[in-house]
Design a protein around this ligand. Sequence first.
Ligand code: LLP
Length: 427
Amino acid sequence: MDSFAYRDGELYCEELPVRRIAETVGTPTYVYSTETFRNHYKAITKSFAELNPTVCYSIKSCQNLHILRLLVGLGAGMDVVSGGELFRALKAGADPATISYAGVGKTDPEIRQALAAGIGLFNIESEAELANLIELARQTGRNTRAALRVNPDVDPKTHRHTATGKRESKFGVDLERARRVFEQYGRNSTVRLCGIHLHIGSPVNTVEPYVQAVTKAVQLIEDLRSARFEVDTLDLGGGFGANYTEGQSAELAHYAEKLVPLIRGRGLKTVIEPGRSISANAGILLVRTTFVKPGPDKQFVIVDGSMTELIRPALYDAFHFAWPVQPGAAFVPLVRQADLNLPGSVEVDIVGPVCESADFLAKGRYLPPINRGDLIAVFTAGAYGFVMASHYNSRPNAAEVLVDRDSFRTIRRRETYDDLIAAEQNA
Ligand code: LLP
């Protein structure tokens, strides 16, 4: 599943003992594996090979330029949702023709920036946005292609904050409206409305919601074609799951096995926008124990990482497996499992130093006895970790390092106090 494993009683990333990174770079630090990024990317292209899709890696999941360059080198396109992400995609050397741009609130400067870059696909979320894109494309004399994001009203069975394919969500337009949007704009030559875009939620750990959504999208495409609209692109979006615990998500090959038969033979160019399924298990957050504090019911393990490095537990009650980096032979975890409780374990909450009760990384876990100074790895932190970091409590952003076999390099230095105030001019 990834390249983080215990060997001789301690955690390795690829061929490198993770402890060495903490000794050199300090903590908290995000540690990424080159090999895992590569393997996950290849697993996606292999699984969907029959459709020869454009794989637009979702920058929002893990955005470091070094990682984007690694993926571009493997042939990835990019899914962007802001001018800042487009800037990163171009800096990373992505072919503009393989960049898709989604989001309900693209501003005029952002649209102009994307038109000037010559991106491959605008994913349109409303009539107002499409009308505006047509106007700006006309003004700048740049024709472009667009797909209409439809909201297929399926339940992706994920957290309410990350479900996007249900009727009540702000994303996309419903199927009936989609037909009307094509009637109104589907023959425009400045912005060629040539595709349907889906993104039903994230993570979607089962295949069934995709099957329902793609079935509806394909039917819509056939109806539109009958009405003589030229629809040649289907963008499936992202949202494929990752294993936060062993076996939690369907395998990529399984998604493909069910979806490819619905799409093949229809003359459709396919786009997919995976983020988490590539990046989540390619990274851990490495933290160090500052204090161990007995509480009335359980122990608090207070570490130097917090909700400012990984907000997912606070925001979504998300589970991240957390375990000491050097647990010793008796406590090597054979699987990442939510209720792991090895003999001799102690019940703990792993919390950060931030002044919020929501500041926790793990709650009610059974861990080997932890001492001040012990390193702890918070797993599956490659996706939506650093990208959602904040400076709350004036905490400088943590460092990011990328491991390649038995060595590593810092791909983002730890911020300094001066970085914190750098934009506060003339203070
Ligand atoms: N395409 C679109 C249009 C999206 O909105 C997203 C994610 C993706 C692709 C990539 O989804 P992925 O393959 O990474 O699941 N912060 C939340 C996740 C929010 C996802 C937003 N959109 C979390 O930490 O779980």
